[in-house]
Design a protein around this ligand. Structure first.
Ligand code: HEC
Ligand code: HEC
Ligand code: HEC
Ligand code: HEC
Length: 193
């Protein structure tokens, strides 16, 4: 239910006063990469923004414009990977694992950004919440330690190679969480653990 009061002003402006009744268990909204980067770019705290920008995840959209991507797409009937939900579901946070745009707040060009792994940020991005991990988690921040990378790194990926990684005991696997996490590491040396 939503009540809207419309009042015309003398100046000809229209003022809308919306009284929305929020639905129960509403999904948190995305806030976009710039918002997270604003507070997470200090070198002394690990410069998460810079490390993400230097990672393949930040280029996940760009890579869909390559000749290799076109060739991969052609095999599964996709003309333009940068426009297809079949690719963007794993290559762009804005698609949130679906075949359509789920949020306009995250630029498609930002590829796989902070909120793909840490959860949509609208309810935890405030400084007072962020500083208190328990509060942040309660507000929807995903503790990365418990987060599965396998929602994208799995055999549904058309470039999946079952022998991409070699585990410590010499086994060939498509994905090795330990080694992969090391490659994208952006921890904060000053975090109180
Ligand atoms: C207003 C500033 C601010 C914004 C905006 C912000 N953060 Fe934070 N964040 C902090 C502070 C302060 C901490 C506490 C630790 C630190 O200094 O890094 C923190 C901690 C974190 C942690 C570590 C939690 C833990 O203790 O394990 C993660 C992960 C994180 N932020 C992700 C994000 C993401 C993703 C976004 C965007 C949706 C975001 N932050 C937006 C200020 C911010
Ligand atoms: C299930 C998630 C998923 C889907 C769907 C997906 N990708 Fe990817 N893509 C990945 C992951 C994860 C990687 C990193 C390498 C790997 O493990 O395959 C990747 C890497 C790539 C690369 C870089 C090559 C490489 O080996 O690193 C290209 C090019 C690519 N994908 C094209 C596409 C195209 C084109 C589509 C749509 C037809 C698509 N992807 C759909 C997850 C996905
Ligand atoms: C929303 C989808 C998604 C999630 C979640 C995700 N990735 Fe990726 N990842 C990708 C895509 C797409 C690429 C390919 C990007 C490119 O080639 O530019 C990739 C590439 C990589 C690469 C370089 C290729 C490789 O396999 O060596 C590493 C390392 C990686 N991801 C680690 C991780 C880790 C660790 C996690 C979990 C903490 C994770 N990813 C979660 C989509 C995802
Ligand atoms: C592919 C998944 C992925 C992406 C994308 C990603 N992170 Fe993380 N993040 C992780 C994982 C896994 C950890 C825990 C391991 C580590 O510290 O590197 C982590 C840890 C963190 C921490 C905690 C550091 C600490 O030691 O307390 C902060 C802060 C953070 N990320 C912020 C960000 C911000 C900001 C972005 C975007 C600019 C981002 N992350 C993008 C997966 C991701």
């Amino acid at each position: 239910m939503r009540t809207v009061i419309k009042a015309s002003l003398a100046a000809g402006m229209v003022l809308w006063v919306g009284v929305g009744v929020a639905g129960a268990a509403e999904e948190a909204a995305y806030v976009g990469t710039k918002m997270c980067m604003m507070c997470h770019k200090k070198p002394e705290n690990g410069d998460q923004a810079g490390k993400w920008q230097a990672s393949g995840h930040a280029k996940s959209f760009e890579v869909l414009g390559s000749a290799e991507a076109k060739a991969v797409g052609a095999k599964v009937g996709v003309d333009d990977p940068q426009k297809s939900g079949k690719c963007l579901k794993c290559h762009a946070t804005a698609y949130a694992g679906t075949e359509g745009v789920k949020s306009e707040k995250v630029a498609v060009a930002d590829g796989v950004s902070c909120e793909s792994c840490h959860g949509a940020g609208a309810n935890y991005k405030a400084m007072a919440v962020m500083k208190d991990k328990a509060k942040a988690v309660a507000a929807g921040m995903v503790d990365p330690a418990t987060k599965s990378c396998a929602q994208c790194h799995n055999e549904q990926s058309p470039t999946w190679k079952a022998d991409r990684y070699t585990t410590k005991d010499g086994k060939k696997v498509g994905f090795d969480v330990e080694q992969a996490s090391e490659k994208i590491k952006h921890s904060n040396p000053n975090a109180k653990k």
